[in-house]
Design a protein around this ligand. Structure first.
Ligand code: ADP
Ligand code: ASP
Ligand code: MG
Length: 589
C-alpha cells in the first residue's frame, strides 16, 4: 500500500481551526488509499516563545535543558492533532521522537539523526491509524531528549519518508511552494513547478528559509520525492526531485543570508599548514565556515578570509585570534554587518556569462561586492547588509526570474509518485545523517589568472567579467578576496587552451585600471562531491590537513553544499588526488 508523509509547519497548526483543517487533509489522504504519517511542528511561534522564556531566566541556557524545553512545543501539537483526527471519526495515535525511536547523537540543540526504528510505526499504520509524529526531536543513546535545530521538523518528515520508503513527502506551509526567492521579501518572486535536490540544497543552505537544509540532504541521499505546497490553498506546489527529472536552468533561484560576518587573518605565512591550523581550530568548536578566500599575497605571506553566520562571530573571532598569534599573522579584522547573496542553477555550468550578468546587475545598483566565490552551480557574493535586499532584487531581475513562465516546465504534479533510488554511498554510512562523500575527481585542463591591485570600487568585478565574456572566454571558478588598503584581488580559471587569449584580455583590463596580472598556465583542480559538505563542520579541514602534510599548497578553494573544489599546482595533481581519495575513504581510481 502506498505511504505518504505529510508535514505541517507552525503556521499551519497555529490554532484549533487550522489543526482541524490539517487533520482533514490527512484523513482525505488516507481515504484515497494511502497509509499516512503526519509530522507536526509546534503551534505558531511557540518555539520562539519558549526560547524567549529561557532567555528570561538566563542568557546562556544549558543545551540539554533547552532541548527538554523546546521539545514540549511539538508534544502539545501532536496530541491536539491526534484528538482532531479522532474527533472527525478516524483512528490516530500521537508519538514523541523518543516513542518512535528517532535516535540522534548527543549534540543538544543541533543533534543529527543516527537511525530510526520503523517497527512501532508500521504496526500502528497496519492497524489503520494515522500516526502523528512530533517533528524536530529525538533521543540520544543515554535517553536524553534532543532537538535537530530550528526548522528541523522538515528533517524529521523527510527522514521518516526515507526509512518508511514513502511514495511522497508533502510539506504543507504558508507559501505555495519554493519560489525563485523569498516571496515575502520580493513580491515578483515566482513559484517553481519543480527544482532539483542540488539546487534546493544550495538555496536552503544559502538562506532560503522554506526548507531545513538537512531535510534535503535526506531527500537526495534516499531519493525521497518532496512536494512543498500551501496549507491554505489547493494549489500545485513545487516538486523537489533528482537532477535527471528536473529542467536545467542557468538560474533557478536567488537566496539571501542576511546575517553574515567576515573574518580576515592578515599576513599569514603562505605555506602548507596555515589553513589547516585555522580551520581545524574552528571545526573543533563546530563552527561551519562558508566562503573561504586566500589572496595571492606578497613576500611569502597571504591574507585568509572566511565567512560565518553572525551568531558564531564571537566564538570564531576568539579562535581566529588564537591561531593568528600562533602563526605570527599581523592582525585579525572582521566585519559583522554583511549579507551574502547567491544565485543557484544547475544549468549555470553550461551557460556563458552568468557571472558577468550577476556582477553587472549589482554594479548598476552601485552595490560594492566585498568577496566572491563560485562553484559549478552557484555564485555567492558578500555585500554590505544594508544592500542585501536591493542586491537580491537586481540579481533576480537580471536572470529574468520575475518573467511569466520563466522556466516553462509546467506543473510537475504528474510525476509525483515515481520513486528515485538511494545513492550508493548511503549503504556505507553508519548514521543516516553522516557526511556522504561520493567521489573525488582531478581536472588538469585549466589555467589560473589573477589580478592584483585592482581598485576596490563598485563595478570592478562587472567590468572584468563583462570584458572576459565579450572575449568569448569560458570561466570556471571565480574568487575575489577581501580587499586590503583599497585594492582588490580577483582570480579565475579558464581552459588551458584559452590561456594566451585570457592573458591578452586580462593584460588589457589590468593596464586600464593600474592593476597587475599573474598567471599559472596549468593548474590542477580537485573536486570532492557529496552531500552535507558545508553543513558538517570541518569538511574543508579534512582536505587541508592531508594536503599540508604532503607539503602541497592550495591556490584556490570553493565550498558548496554538494562540492568542495581546490586548485593546486599542476605537478601536485596526481599526488593530491591520491591523498584526498585516501582521506575521504574512497577507492583509488
Ligand atoms: P513552516 O513553519 O511551515 O516550516 P517556514 O517559515 O519555516 O514555514 O518557511 C516558509 C517561509 O519561507 C515562507 O513564509 C517564506 O517567507 C520563506 N521563504 C524563504 N525563501 C523562500 C523561497 N525561495 N520560496 C518560498 N518561501 C521562502
Ligand atoms: N518548532 C521548531 C522551530 O520552530 C521546528 C520546526 O518548526 O520545524 O524551529
Ligand atoms: Mg520551516
Amino acid at each position: 500500500m502506498a505511504l505518504v508523509v505529510q508535514k505541517f509547519g507552525g503556521t499551519s497548526v497555529a490554532d484549533p481551526q487550522k489543526i482541524l483543517a490539517a487533520a482533514r487533509k490527512a484523513i482525505a489522504r488516507q481515504q484515497s488509499g494511502h497509509q499516512v504519517v503526519v509530522v507536526v511542528s509546534a503551534m505558531g511561534h511557540q518555539t520562539d516563545v519558549l526560547v524567549d522564556l529561557a532567555k528570561q531566566i538566563t542568557e546562556r541556557p544549558n543545551a540539554r535543558e533547552m532541548d527538554m524545553l523546546l521539545s514540549t512545543g511539538e508534544q502539545v501539537s501532536v496530541a491536539l492533532f491526534a484528538m482532531a483526527i479522532q474527533s472527525l471519526g478516524h483512528k490516530a495515535v500521537s508519538l514523541t521522537g523518543a516513542q518512535i525511536g528517532i535516535r540522534t547523537d548527543s549534540t543538544h540543540t543541533k543533534a543529527r539523526i543516527r537511525s530510526i526504528s520503523t517497527d512501532h510505526l508500521r504496526k500502528l499504520l497496519d492497524d489503520g491509524s494515522i500516526v502523528i509524529a512530533a517533528g524536530f526531536q529525538g533521543i540520544d543513546q543515554h535517553g536524553n531528549i534532543t532537538t535537530l535545530g530550528r526548522g528541523g521538523s522538515d528533517t524529521t518528515a523527510v527522514a521518516l519518508a526515507a526509512v518508511l520508503d514513502a511514495d511522497l513527502c508533502e510539506i504543507y506551509t504558508d507559501v505555495e511552494g519554493v519560489y525563485t526567492t523569498d516571496p515575502r521579501a520580493l513580491p515578483e518572486a515566482r513559484r517553481l513547478p519543480s527544482i532539483s535536490y542540488d539546487e534546493m540544497l544550495e538555496l536552503a543552505s544559502l538562506g532560503a528559509g522554506v526548507m531545513h537544509p538537512r531535510s534535503i540532504e535526506f531527500a537526495k541521499k534516499f531519493g525521497v520525492k518532496v512536494l512543498v505546497r500551501s496549507s491554505f490553498k489547493d494549489a500545485p506546489g513545487t516538486l523537489i526531485l533528482s537532477a535527471e527529472e528536473s529542467t536545467p536552468r542557468p538560474a533557478s533561484g536567488v537566496a539571501l543570508a542576511k546575517d553574515e560576518a567576515r573574518i580576515t587573518l592578515d599576513n599569514v605565512p603562505d605555506q602548507p599548514g596555515s589553513s589547516h591550523a585555522l580551520f581545524s581550530e574552528l571545526a573543533a568548536s563546530g563552527i561551519a565556515v562558508d566562503m573561504i578566500v586566500q589572496n595571492v599575497g606578497q613576500h611569502g605571506r597571504a591574507d585568509i578570509s572566511f565567512t560565518v553566520p553572525a551568531d558564531d562571530l564571537p566564538e570564531a573571532l576568539d579562535r581566529s585570534r588564537k591561531v593568528a598569534t600562533a602563526l605570527h599573522a599581523t592582525g585579525v579584522s572582521h566585519d559583522a554587518e554583511l549579507a551574502k547573496v547567491s544565485v543557484v542553477g544547475v544549468g549555470m555550468e553550461r551557460s556563458e556569462g552568468v557571472a558577468g550578468r550577476m556582477f553587472s546587475a549589482l554594479s548598476h545598483e552601485g552595490i560594492n561586492v566585498r568577496m566572491i566565490t563560485t562553484s559549478e552551480i552557484k555564485i555567492s557574493v558578500l555585500v554590505d547588509r544594508k544592500d542585501g535586499p536591493a542586491a537580491v532584487r537586481a540579481v533576480h531581475r537580471a536572470f529574468g526570474l520575475d518573467a511569466e513562465n520563466g522556466d516553462g516546465t509546467g506543473d510537475a504534479g504528474g510525476t509525483a509518485l515515481v520513486k528515485s533510488s538511494p545513492l550508493d554511498v548511503v549503504r556505507r554510512l553508519e548514521g543516516m545523517e553522516d557526511l556522504a562523500i561520493e567521489d573525488c575527481q582531478l581536472d588538469s585542463s585549466q589555467a589560473l589568472v589573477t589580478f592584483t591591485d585592482l581598485p576596490d570600487t563598485p563595478g570592478v568585478a562587472a567590468d572584468v567579467f563583462e570584458e572576459v565574456g565579450r572575449a568569448g572566454l569560458v570561466v570556471d571558478m571565480i574568487v575575489q578576496s577581501h580587499p586590503r588598503d583599497g585594492r582588490a584581488e580577483i582570480s579565475f580559471t579558464v581552459p588551458a587552451g584559452s590561456r594566451d587569449r585570457a592573458i591578452e584580455v586580462a593584460g588589457r583590463i589590468a593596464a586600464a585600471r593600474g592593476a597587475r596580472v599573474a598567471d599559472v598556465p596549468h593548474v590542477a583542480k580537485l573536486s570532492i562531491t557529496g552531500v552535507g559538505i558545508r553543513s558538517h563542520a570541518g569538511v574543508a579541514d579534512r582536505l587541508f590537513k592531508p594536503l599540508a602534510e604532503q607539503g602541497i599548497n592550495i591556490d584556490l578553494v570553493s565550498t558548496s553544499e554538494v562540492r568542495l573544489n581546490v586548485v593546486v599546482a599542476a605537478e601536485h595533481g596526481q599526488q593530491a588526488l591520491a591523498v584526498l581519495r585516501g582521506a575521504f575513504g574512497l577507492a583509488r581510481s
